[in-house]
Design a protein around this ligand. Sequence first.
Ligand code: CP
Ligand code: NVA
Length: 304
Amino acid sequence: MKHLLTMEQLSEKEILSILELADQLKYERKHHIEHPLLKGKSIGLIFQKSSTRTRVSFETGAYQLGAQPLFLSSRDLQIGRGEPVQDTARVLSRYLDCIMIRTYEQKEVEDLANFGSIPVINGLTDYCHPCQVLADLMTIREKYGLLKGLKMCYIGYGDNMANSLIVGGLKVGMKVSVATPKGYEPDKHVLEFAKDFKDFELTNDCIKAIQNADVVITDTWASMGMETEKEKRAKDFAGFQVNAELMKYAKANAMVQHCLPAYRGQEITEEVFEAHADEIFEEAENRLHAQKAVMVQLMKEKED
Ligand code: CP
Ligand code: NVA
């Protein structure tokens, strides 16, 4: 693994190896065993969008690994004034050991990786959110002890989260069922990837999708940058809410995951959210451990 740009680029083996290292780093953290595996390294964290979890988990994660995190807001960087990403990549490669970037276009992340000479981590684009999905898979595996054969159901907007969940879930042998309103389906490249898997289903019927699910996942109906569409989407997504009535069709002990931030009363009810809050906040915590594993694998591998 040279970069983490999408879930598509990872093999099942690579995903599982990240999850194993993440479990180990979590264990060590819980038992106060220090692991300064990246002592002397620096990671730049470029944000063109808001963030709570990604920023704080990368900053503290780098610190726990002995590395220096640099928070780089696009408001302050010259990139925000139009300096090309190609030049930014070549400059930052001379100072840093790794870059994490959260931005809009997937192409920007790919350009950063192509023009720079250090590992690049995608901290969310409009297309995908691989760091989050690694944390989700870690959390699901913690509860069930395995991933293969479990049924993942995603309800709502076929956004970056849906895209990465479909690819990640199918790669590790899960059954993946997605229900979206018409016109809000996942990306066509993801559907192209998924079409050969017999355990993939895309429907407009939430009840069909959630039937016997082991894991139910949802996300905001309007991602960052789509704020002006909120009112329209509230109407378009009526009936695509994860609520107690819908949860009756999932398995009795099904878990619920949400990448957060969550909008109660929209994609999920307060009741379902609070009933599954422990799982959802474990998922948020696991961002820290999963990303530490990614940083170690990328920066260590580069050293070897
Ligand atoms: N889930 C997630 O990426 O959260 P932030 O937007 O707070 O980073
Ligand atoms: N789909 C959401 C995820 C936030 C972590 C967004 O892109 O805003």
